[in-house]
Design a binder for this molecule. Structure first.
Ligand SMILES: [Zn+2]
Length: 131
């Protein structure tokens, strides 16, 4: 759940939904703005940040994914599963392969991982740090 509420659900959804093929990152079914109630999921739960004293920002676009509000509610603060991690890596790769302005934001987050395994390696290492 978007506990901080700092990021606009509409803004994040509009920016990245195309890179998720218009689908919910949790259940992979289509998300229809205007019909479905949409939430922005923290794929790695935001609560993990304080718990693990992470230096990486979990309230940033790399970790935020539009999802059905009901899926987001059910997921609550459970850690992401393999399919969600793969979906997030693919979504971020797709943004970086596009001319979208968020590409630069993601490049800055990825840092040296750009040359060392990309999003899959980055996400795997965050996952390991949280396990
Ligand atoms: Zn869903």
């Amino acid at each position: 759940m978007d506990r901080l509420g700092r990021r606009s659900v509409a803004g994040v959804t509009e920016a990245v939904i195309g890179f998720q093929h218009g689908r919910c990152l949790i259940c992979t079914e289509p998300l229809t703005p205007g019909t479905d109630e949409i939430a922005v999921d923290h794929v790695f739960p935001f609560s993990a940040m304080r718990r693990y004293r992470l230096t990486i920002d979990l309230d940033a676009i790399w970790n935020l994914a539009p999802a059905h509000a009901a899926c987001n509610l059910r997921k609550s603060s459970r850690p992401p599963n393999g399919a969600e991690l793969t979906g997030l890596a693919r979504r971020n790769e797709a943004i970086m392969g596009s001319p979208h302005p968020l590409r630069r934001t993601l490049e800055l987050t990825l840092g040296p991982y750009a040359r060392r395994g990309g999003w899959r390696a980055f996400i795997r290492d965050v996952h390991q740090e949280l396990s």
